[in-house]
Design a binder for this molecule. Sequence first.
Ligand code: AMP
Length: 277
Amino acid sequence: MQRRAEAYRRDGKTIGLVPTMGYFHEGHLSLQRRARAECDAVIVSLFVNPTQFGPREDLAAYPADFERDRALAEQERADVMFAPSRDEMYAAGHLTFVEVERLSSKLCGISRPGHFRGVTTVVAKLFAICKPHRAYFGMKDYQQTVIVEQMVRDLNFDLGIVRCPTIREANGLALSSRNSYLSPEQRAGAGVLYRSLCEAQRMIESGVVDACAIRQSVIHMIQSQPEATLDYAEVVDPRALEPVAAVEGPVLVAVAAMFGPARLIDNVVAGRYMRAN
Ligand code: AMP
């Protein structure tokens, strides 16, 4: 992969990297399309990264369909699908990890300690292997994108991060490979996440500044859904990811909840004068 990437660079081609854990849905494909539109060579990586899963998480159960993914990446005209084995990525004796402090221990970092350390480590490795000029990340995983951007700045990676919008089902549920764990009732119930975020957005746009009231509205809506077990709902500064007391500029409203075996996350950025996601 490194030799191929080097050859693209020698030929003056811009390389776009789309890191994924596979089991593609329209969210993954939207990133691939954006990379295809913006870059000369598109590398789609597929690696279910063990270091970002906790000991009681779903690494063993994580859905996979390599042949389908390969066909889809081909349809999107990716140049390379890079799918290394676990042993290739983490050879015996691997000792080096990358950790972005502070940002990694907030929001999802609280219930998933070590998760973002695994993410930044594997993403740093993928950057060193695939040598991209641009790497594409989805806003569904807002915290992950912010952490990767921080790592790129701090470690002087010579590439740009492209933020891509969240793709959703008709009921608002953000597409996720983990949605395949959901029963029909859970899938229908999980629409509450985005509904609660839209209500938060509506409150903010109508002038509510009390972050506590906005957060309580989100919590109340999610807790009223019998299929949901709330992990967190927070109103935070979109860069520092620190809770805010009052909505004075753009804020990130972020939620995580379990629906049966699936831990689902979602978010919106809201604020007067702006709308995102
Ligand atoms: P994953 O395979 O879940 O690690 O996701 C790979 C990339 O796809 C990450 O940058 C995700 O943020 C992005 N992604 C996942 N779900 C969506 C979605 N519903 N819309 C847009 N991007 C997504």
